[in-house]
Each structure stands twice: as C-alpha cells, then as structure tokens.
Design a protein around this ligand. Sequence first.
Ligand SMILES: Cc1cc2nc3c(=O)[nH]c(=O)nc-3n(C[C@H](O)[C@H](O)[C@H](O)COP(=O)(O)O)c2cc1C
Length: 396
Amino acid sequence: MIRFSTAGESHGEALIALVSGLPAGVPIDIEFVNRELWRRQQGYGRGGRMKIETDKAHVLSGVRHGKTIGSPIAIEIVNRDWKNWQDKLPVEAGDAAKHQAVASPRPGHADLAGALKYNFPDARYVLERASARESTARVAAGAFAKLLLRHLGIEVGSHVIRVGRVELDRTATWDEIAAAGLRGEIVLSCVDSETEARMKEEVEHASRTGDTVGGVFEVVVHGAPAGLGTYANWDERLDGLLAQSVMSLQAVKAVEIGRGVTAAESFGSKVHDAIHYASEETGKASGKPTRFTREQNNAGGIEGGVSNGEDIVVRGYLKPISTLRRPLESVRFDTREATTASYERSDICVVPAAGVAAESMVALTIAGLAQQKFGGDSAVEMKRNFDGYIEQIRSY
Ligand SMILES: Cc1cc2nc3c(=O)[nH]c(=O)nc-3n(C[C@H](O)[C@H](O)[C@H](O)COP(=O)(O)O)c2cc1C
C-alpha cells in the first residue's frame, strides 16, 4: 500500500513529505522532482512569496544510487524565508513581543474555524498549517508516484480550462496538455494562446481592483489500463477516491469527473460514450491496450468506479483566494471590535499551481491503486505483473 503524509508550517524551517510503499528499484530522477516543485511555483498571478522560495527536494532516506530501495522515503524542502521567521515562530518559547499575530480572521480562510477549534488567541498557527504551502510537500510525494507510473507507461498532466469568466471552449488533446505543463515560461497553462491571453486579463483585472480570481483545472491520466478501482465496495470506487484526493487540496470546492457537471443538464443519448470494437490492426494502431474504443470520453475514463481504459479526466473548481488586498469586514480576535480582515502577502490566481498539486494527488491515488492491483516488492516484479494483466486485456 502506498501511503504518504506531510509536515511543516508555511514559515517554518522546512516542509517534509514521507512516502512509503513504493516498490524497490524505481529509477528516481531528482531533477524531475525539482522540476515538479518548480512547476507548482509558476503561474500568472502568484504573490511575492513564490519569488522568495526556490523549492528543491532534499531526499533523506529511501533512495540509494538513483533508485528506491523499498524503505520509507523522507523528503525535505527547506523554506528560504525561515531566516526572516526564526524569531517570530521559534520552536522554543522565544520572545512574545516578536510573535506576529494574525489579529482578525480572513473570511474564506481557515482562520476563525481553526482558532476556535484549537483555542488559539489569534490565527497565526492556523494559517501556518492551513496554507497551501503544504501542497509543496504533496508535489514532492506526487513526483515519486509519477516516477512509478512512468515505469508502467502511465503519465499525468494538467491544464487550465477556466479563469474567472474566461473558459476554454474546446477539448484539449493529450499532447497539448503535456506541452502546456512543460512550457519554460508558464503563463496560465492553457492550451490555447488566445484564451490564455483573455484569462490573463481576468487576473490583471483582479490585481488592479485588489481582488482575487478562481477557476478550473483539468487533470488527465494518460495510458492507465481498464480495471483500476472497483464498484464492489463504496470506498474502493476510483471516482470517489479521486474526488477525495483532489477536494483535499486547499481552495478546491468542487470536483468533476469527465463531463459530470454538464451531464446533469443533458440527455443520456448525448452523454454516454458509445462503444465500438476496432479490428486487431486498428486497435494496435491506436496504441491502446484494448480493442474496445470510444469516440468521446464524457465519462472521464471511469464507469462504475472502475477505469475503462480511456484517459481519466478530473476537474477541480477553485474558489478565489481569500486573502484580499482590499479586505472584507472582520472582527478583532482580542477586542471583538469591527475591523477589516488581516492581510499577508498573497496570491491573486493559483489555478495552474493548483493543477500541478492536483496532478500529484491524482498520481498518488492511481499509483496506490496500481500497487494494490499489481503488487510486487520490486519495480521489476510489479512491471511483470502489470504486463501480464495488459496481455490478458489485449487477448480478452
Ligand atoms: C497553490 C495554492 C496557493 C494558494 N495561495 C494562497 C494565498 O496566497 N493566499 C490565500 O489566502 N490563500 C491561498 N490559497 C488557498 C488557501 O490555502 C485556502 O483557501 C485556505 O487554506 C482555506 O481552505 P479552503 O479554501 O479549502 O476552505 C492557495 C491555494 C492553492 C491551491
């Protein structure tokens, strides 16, 4: 079973990811892991914090001579900003005068609920852990899951399909999505440059008016075989597992599988993906391990909680960032006087970055299911089991 957890505060010394259950012998490319961390830091509309941090993975355990060894993998990502926060957030009691309180809770953030729950006098400690800085550690863990999936020929990518009122009005191909996520200068990771320019204007509008803007990203898993997840038990359904993993990301407020949202307002004859059967030759030409084919993929590659061999498509709907330069009304924690919400250096739009974090969550989920289905203590054993299953599907 692949398990992972994270630790660390937004302005603490470092973030930590702990991943266990990966088989031994998976080739690990640290440059790839760092590139994933870099991708999470990109996007038009990020705040000043991302200019300070240049995230790098420091692997402490579980990888030797460039390969996993089957032991738990501990990864540290140092916070460069820590030097400015050592006195404000010391591990020891420190000097209370240097404590930097978050005096009035921000509507939409975890500040008020967290302070009430943990009985904190202000929201500093809440912000430190609720912050999406935590997703950095998820991306490091997710990079390892991606490397395992790559070993099986499965890839995960994302692109942005909406920012505020601007929406991409066509389906993107896998090649376009893969390229959108790899551009040196990522702007908004949209596959269409004209739409991306209009998305950028939405961000500029939010920036000019002291506001923030949300949007929608789409994560695609390419090359996954039919048969991941099951309808047999409610908590083993692939759609349910993906929804949980993507919804758990900061600011994601809805998750859609395939065209789930528009399907609800359409007719069955228009929504469901008709099944065809290609001949041996055409099946091989399409590069797909199954000869059952679909011309459309409204189901997002999942039927009955099981992958069906098409690309798996998961969309995440992101609310606008809640820290506003023109803050909403709030109340002081100490005096209960009316005031405006606290402001701390913040992002304006994070849809591309959230897409990268969601890729990680999806990769971890798919890798976990692959590990469950194909097993194996070594990458060689897992691949052999995987190949045997692919052969079984091929000759079905
Ligand atoms: C990549 C990313 C970056 C974020 N950056 C900020 C930020 O700079 N300021 C902010 O207030 N919220 C930011 N958020 C969102 C908050 O972390 C989130 O809204 C908050 O923790 C409350 O959780 P909830 O929105 O899931 O209810 C970011 C989210 C993501 C995914």
